[in-house]
Write a protein that binds this ligand. Structure first.
Ligand code: BES
Ligand code: MN
Ligand code: ZN
Length: 493
């Protein structure tokens, strides 16, 4: 896949596949120019009722033209589009393009399809994200693999803005590579993707990028430090845990205090002794989706050589039941010194994260953001649409929400009030690891907040957004766009 950006003449530009739009309220010059070149084909098909200008509807026209083999015509609805409307249009068009197996060179002429408060660079970046997502395949474990198809894509501009758009495309390509890694890791099953596998991935990445350094803590080292909560989760598994620390130092960012992103890396969550019900338990291989998004974000930063200083920390463990496993009622001492009564071994994410957060806090960062498939309750609250954000600092939350609005990687803030924290009281230890059914996402975040009192911290609950269920189940690569955008914005401010 390669991208070019050009202010080209539509009446002569050479491409076998075109992507143009129809709007319900605005004539589009690019579509008209292509229509003329094709002897009125588009207008005739529209007249015949074969095309639609409705937002997100899409058709392919096949031609007998010697160079232009096919035209993908997508409905743009009314202009200006909303950002969501634009994304819907781009998803429809890129989805169709990804299905056109014979397409080798696509010309995308959508630049004049305007979106409220967004420019051509933003649209181009959304296009790259959509097309790369449509072309993603996970056939690593299929014996019959689909042949990789080369496709060049030229974004046709209407204004002289090639530099800004090109830069956006380069960044979006980097993010897409990061997202593909996130999806690969989260799709890889627990019999392969275990904590040691994740540690090896980190070491591989450090070999690939000179800007990235990796440090791995094994079980003995974690014991010596006193990470009693993380180790309690790993006890029931034959796969030993790892704490993975990756440091990315971009150009000019040396010596700057880092932002730390911490990922929940439960490579399989059976629930432990508080065993989960069997239905869809296979999906708990993606309980390292937070860790996968840390990998993906770091990869995106490496690929674009971003001028930021970021540490990624992954708490990797497998949550299994056996004779050695932690029991409900067990009390452990965390790295922070606080004690926890483990009432439910299925609330394991917060246990691995609390020790990773204490470790992160000791590095004196500018901020910490953790990313975790933490609670089923978050899916009940926000569905599969939005990531839950909880933070001890409203400016940090606002920054993350702003990045989410830009990328379309939707997020929504939930409150972190003291009243909720009451639910974590334990008669035997400093706290319990569960707070009952009400507000399960918030009490989980309250638990984490007890380990980040000295630093600006936010928590992203991605239980609903990291994965899609059903017949096309699989990892989404979210929230890599959000995290990458947030880090880039921080570098600019
Ligand atoms: N990994 C799960 C949360 C989860 C559930 C993520 C479904 C994605 C889809 C987490 O470890 C968990 O089991 N949480 C419990 C917490 C409860 C025991 C307080 C939950 O949400 O039920
Ligand atoms: Mn669990
Ligand atoms: Zn879990």
């Amino acid at each position: 896949m390669s991208y070019r950006v050009e202010k080209a003449d539509i009446s002569t530009f050479d491409a076998d596949t075109w992507v143009v739009a129809l709007s319900e309220n605005t004539p589009l010059k690019a579509t008209d120019a292509l229509n003329e070149r094709l002897g009125g084909l588009i207008a005739a098909q529209q007249e015949a009722g074969n095309l639609s200008a409705k937002a997100g509807e899409v058709r392919t026209l096949y031609t007998t033209d010697p160079t232009i083999k096919r035209v993908i015509v997508v409905g743009a609805g009314e202009l200006p589009q909303t950002p969501d409307g634009c994304r819907k249009m781009l998803a429809a068009a890129s989805g169709k393009l990804a299905l056109e197996k014979a397409a080798r060179h696509a010309a995308v002429a959508l630049a004049e399809v305007c979106t409220e408060n967004r420019d051509a660079a933003w649209q181009a970046s959304q296009w790259v994200t959509a097309l790369e997502a449509s072309r993603y395949r996970f056939d690593h474990f299929k014996s019959q693999k689909e042949e990789a198809r080369e496709l060049d894509c030229t974004l046709i501009l209407t204004e002289n803005e090639a530099d800004a758009v090109s830069e956006a495309v380069v960044q979006a390509e980097a993010v897409a590579r990061g997202m593909a890694l996130t999806r690969d890791l989260a799709n890889t099953p627990g019999n392969i993707c275990n904590p040691i596998y994740l540690a090896e991935q980190a070491q591989d990445m450090a070999r690939t990028y000179s800007t990235l350094k990796t440090q791995i803590l094994d079980q003995d080292e974690m014991e010596a430090l006193g990470m009693g909560a993380l180790l309690a989760v790993a006890r029931g598994s034959v796969n030993p845990p790892r704490l993975i620390v990756m440091t990315y130092t971009g150009p000019g960012a040396e010596g700057q205090s880092p932002d730390i992103i911490v990922g929940k890396g439960i490579t399989f969550d059976s629930g432990g002794i508080s065993l989960k019900p069997g239905e869809a338990m296979d999906e708990m291989k993606y309980d390292m989706g937070g860790a996968a998004s840390v990998f993906g974000t770091l990869k995106a930063l490496c690929e674009m050589n971003a001028p930021v200083h970021v540490v990624g920390i992954i708490a990797a463990a497998e949550n299994m039941p056996d004779g050695n496993a932690t029991r409900p009622g067990d009390i452990v001492t965390t790295l922070s010194g606080q004690t926890v009564e483990i009432l439910n071994t299925d609330a394991e994410g917060r246990l691995v994260l609390c020790d990773a957060l204490t470790y992160a806090q000791q590095l004196k960062p500018r901020s910490i953001v953790d990313i975790a498939t933490l609670t089923g309750a978050c899916i009940i609250a926000l569905g599969h649409v939005a990531t839950g954000i909880l933070a001890n600092d409203d400016t940090l939350a606002a920054e993350l929400l702003e990045a989410a609005r830009t990328t379309g990687d939707k997020a929504w803030q939930l409150p972190l009030w003291d009243e909720y924290d009451e639910q974590l009281k334990s008669p035997f230890a400093d706290m319990a690891n569960i707070g009952g059914r009400p507000a399960g996402t918030i009490t989980a975040a309250c638990f984490l907040s007890r380990f980040t009192r000295e630093v600006k911290w936010a928590h992203l609950d991605i239980a609903g957004t990291a994965w899609v269920s059903g017949k096309d189940k699989g990892a989404t690569g979210r929230p890599v766009p959000l995290l990458t955008r947030w880090l880039l914005n921080r570098a600019q401010s």
